[in-house]
Design a protein around this ligand. Structure first.
Ligand code: FAQ
Length: 331
């Protein structure tokens, strides 16, 4: 199966005979869908791949709070404000589960955050785009959370126990997020001509960056082959992107909105939507730090860390006092 995959790292995969006995036993466990737990033996590169992916995922959740946070004070009603606040808090919670899952692999949260703040670790490209109107909050829920769910539902079955279990709760919350975004867009699409235009404008700006969330095309995806052999990923980037397009286009049609892709058409024979060429140059520029909001997003995270130092210090001092009170002899 793996030999047929058309992605960049497929030729580097070890075959059964090239693996050590320990690696073979590990692969057999994965093939039998037995979860790998933190204290089990695992190849160092499996551990590193998981730390990379889970921490990038965690960083995406907390950086992803920023574009939406921009609209908390300007939500159009008290109800919308309360829903948006709850959603943003959920994203913070997802970050916490994911940092905890990464910590089980033997890396500290401080180190992970240090990698984010220094620019060494990535976070999702999508969060480097600005939220210009209220309709953008609808587009984030509908499209960005929609894409996130498409990617994360299979991750509930991934081979690493703590990651797969974290994903179960995350996915439940993400589907509420997707519904609330769709509800915002639907309300605007059914509203005045001006509101309808806002919804269309948000779709125009968020459509292509949402497709980029799934990562580079399979031919350029360096990690997919190995990650699929280890069942860290269960589908390729292009497979999930196609599913997202097939799911979302009918929703846009129902709303009477136009997907901004002149090449979009239904292929009856293949039972899927064909879609236009993604601007991969834009994607790679955003990854290099040249997106519209990269600098602002990173600075906001660094400032939050610096401004929160006194809280961390106070919590530590309190914990030390408590410990000294409970075990005075140990001091
Ligand atoms: N942005 O070989 P591949 C959310 C990097 S959560 C930035 O294909 P892989 C919730 C990739 O890291 C959204 N970088 O890599 C929410 C690698 O670079 P590296 C986040 C990207 O790992 C909603 C290089 O390109 N979700 O939205 C991106 O096998 C609303 C080569 O790529 C997850 O993280 C990108 N879009 O596949 C929150 C899900 N794509 O590390 C708030 C878990 C690729 O070698 C509001 N992650 N790169 O330096 C995954 O499933 C995978 O990591 C992929 C990438 C599919 C993202």
């Amino acid at each position: 199966m793996y030999a047929q995959m058309v992605n960049a790292g497929a030729d580097k995969l070890k075959s059964g005979v090239e693996m050590t006995a320990q690696e073979r036993a590990f692969q057999e466990k994965i093939d039998a869908d037995i979860k790998i737990e933190p204290k089990d033996w695992m190849p160092e590169s499996y551990r590193k791949t998981l730390i990379r992916q889970i921490s990038q995922h965690a960083h995406s959740e907390i950086v992803g709070m920023l574009p939406e946070g921009n609209w908390v004070t300007r939500a159009p009603t008290l109800e919308r404000k309360a829903i948006l606040l709850a959603k943003i808090q959920d994203e913070g919670g997802h970050g916490l589960y994911l940092y905890s899952a990464a910590e089980t692999l033997g890396i500290s949260r401080d180190e992970l955050l240090g990698q984010l703040h220094s620019g060494k670790a990535k976070y999702s490209s999508i969060f480097n785009y600005p939220t210009q109107t209220w309709a953008d909050i609808g587009a984030i829920g509908w499209l960005v959370d929609g894409a996130a769910i498409m990617n994360q539902v299979p991750l509930q079955r991934c081979s690493f126990g703590p990651y797969s279990r974290a994903m179960i709760r995350v996915c439940k919350e993400e589907s509420f997020h997707q519904r609330q975004g769709y509800d915002i867009i639907r309300t605007l699409a059914e509203g005045t001509a001006e509101q309808r235009a806002m919804a269309q404008d948000a779709l125009n700006r968020w459509w292509w960056p949402s497709l980029m969330m799934f990562g580079p095309p399979d031919g350029q995806s360096v990690h997919s082959a190995q990650s699929m052999q280890w069942k860290i990923k269960l589908f390729t980037n292009d497979e999930l992107r196609q599913r997202f397009v097939d799911q979302t286009v009918p929703q846009a049609e129902y709303l009477g909105l136009t997907v901004p892709d002149p090449d979009l058409r239904w292929n009856e024979q293949e039972q899927r939507h064909e879609f236009g060429e993604i601007d991969w140059n834009e994607f790679f520029e955003v990854l290099k730090g040249h997106g519209p909001c990269n600098k602002e997003r990173l600075q906001a995270r660094v400032d939050a860390w610096d401004n929160g130092a006194w809280v961390r210090e106070a919590a530590m001092a309190h914990a030390e006092k408590q410990a000294a009170r409970t075990h005075p002899d140990a001091a």
